[in-house]
Write a protein that binds this ligand. Structure first.
Ligand code: NAP
Length: 218
């Protein structure tokens, strides 16, 4: 499958690219072509050194990445979602878009800060052209743990979406990452509950001097 990661030059985009590149073609999207190319080179080197494998990862502008992909991961900070979608809008047709976006703010501790419509996912849905299927996932997975392929993840990934087929595609993509388990959490509207768990995890880590927390349902 061809997966474009918009903002794939960043923390969690890198982790997803490194993990998925073992099974998929990865396109690193960026606002800057040169940054995308250099980052793709870096990820290829990391994988060659850690897994001893040559992988298909290349870089391009966000809009071009969208044009070529079956699945698109929106992996930019919440404040930049609108501009990122606007630059890619024309190339969005019938692909699956995965939102991993968590709107949060620091006010002493970290707080969930959703838009008026309830969640980042619901806002993103309202911006996407008809025919594009939005699935919400990966909000509670640590970027650092994903990027380090020696780390055993052993976490659950909650998936929210209104299209059953698209949800299943994303479940499979979660399973493609060793020791991640997909769990369907409900329709896209449930995404607010899942997104809001991320600032909770960050606060738990800070107050208890822990690192890179995730969630496992037992
Ligand atoms: N970090 C985590 O552990 C984690 C976990 C779960 C979910 N998330 C969510 O994943 C998303 C990405 O998080 P991150 O930590 O990877 O973010 P990040 O590293 O801070 O940024 C990701 C990318 O966003 C792009 N970007 C920065 N400023 C921009 C702007 N003004 N306009 C458009 N694009 C811009 C940059 O790509 P270019 O400069 O190459 O364009 C950057 O590499 C966020 O929504 C976050 O809530 C993060």
């Amino acid at each position: 499958m061809k997966i474009a990661i918009l903002g794939g030059t960043g923390s969690i985009g890198g982790g997803l690219a490194i993990r998925w590149a073992l099974n998929h073609d990865i396109i690193i999207g960026s606002r800057k072509f040169e940054k995308a190319e250099l980052t793709a080179d870096k990820y290829r080197t990391v994988l060659k050194e850690s897994a001893g494998k040559s992988c298909s990862i290349y870089g391009c502008l966000n809009a071009d990445a969208v044009n070529e992909a079956d699945v698109i991961v929106l992996s930019v900070p919440y404040e930049h979602v609108v501009s990122t979608i606007e630059t890619s809008h024309l190339n969005l047709k019938e692909q699956i878009v995965i939102s991993i976006v968590v709107p949060m703010k620091k006010a002493g501790f970290f707080k969930y800060a959703p838009p008026a419509c309830g969640s980042a996912a619901m806002e993103i849905k309202s911006m996407l052209p008809k025919g594009v299927k939005l699935v919400s996932a990966f909000h509670n997975v640590s970027a650092k743990k994903l990027y380090n392929t020696n780390e055993e993840l052993n976490m659950d990934v909650f998936i929210c979406g209104d299209d059953d087929e698209a949800n299943l595609v994303v479940c499979k993509l979660v399973e493609d990452i060793h020791k991640l388990r997909p769990l369907i959490a409900g329709p896209l509207e449930v995404s607010s509950m899942v997104e809001s768990l991320t600032p909770l995890l960050v606060n738990l880590a800070i107050y208890n001097k822990m690192k890179h927390l995730g969630i496992k349902c037992v």
